[in-house]
Design a protein. Structure first.
Length: 181
């Protein structure tokens, strides 16, 4: 890697000013919806973020519950969101701090017992643990002090990590409609 080509502080300065002067503009609602997919195939779906028209993520059932294993499962997407957030945050913080990165590695693992999803008894449904390991190489940091400050800041400001650690209220509503005949 090289020195950042993006002036993160310059990009964020007008945003910070606007949020200070107009705090109500800081509220953002992220939306994702399912995309079109073959309803006859229960193993594959499409998900689309409203913020990026035309973008689509394919997902499907994990092989451990009968899926074909040809696309990422929803658990992979969740862990991928954490990895993406960790790296993006890390790179943005490094750019803001003027730190030149020469290497970045992010790996995320999650523990899951598919028996809960398969309704096989009293087993947890969902991931029971997540481990994220992030390592950076920083140019001209022989004692590692700048890299440590960078990692602490990136860990502190990672939205997905903070959300998973702190938990948030989640509401879910299911509705059934009669199909027109």
């Amino acid at each position: 890697m090289a020195t950042s080509k993006v002036d993160v502080r310059g990009l964020q300065a007008p945003l910070r000013e606007r949020y200070r002067n107009q705090p109500e503009t800081a509220a953002v609602v992220l939306r994702v919806h399912n995309g079109r997919s073959d309803l006859g195939d229960p193993l594959h779906v499409s998900v689309q973020p409203d913020a990026v028209p035309g973008e689509s993520w394919r997902s499907g059932a994990h092989a451990a519950v009968g899926g074909s294993g040809d696309v990422a499962c929803s658990g992979d997407l969740l862990l991928g969101a954490l990895a993406a957030c960790q790296e993006t945050t890390l790179r943005m913080v490094a750019a803001s701090m003027g730190i030149e990165l020469t290497g970045v590695e992010v790996s995320v693992e999650g523990d899951w017992d598919p028996r809960g999803t398969l309704a096989m008894g009293d087993f947890p449904i969902g991931l029971s643990a997540i481990r994220c390991h992030t390592r950076v190489q920083v140019r001209d940091d022989a004692r590692g002090e700048r890299a440590e400050r960078l990692l602490r800041s990136a860990e502190k400001y990672c939205v997905v990590l903070s959300t998973l650690r702190g938990g948030v209220p989640v509401s879910s509503r299911f509705e059934v409609e009669q199909a027109a005949t």
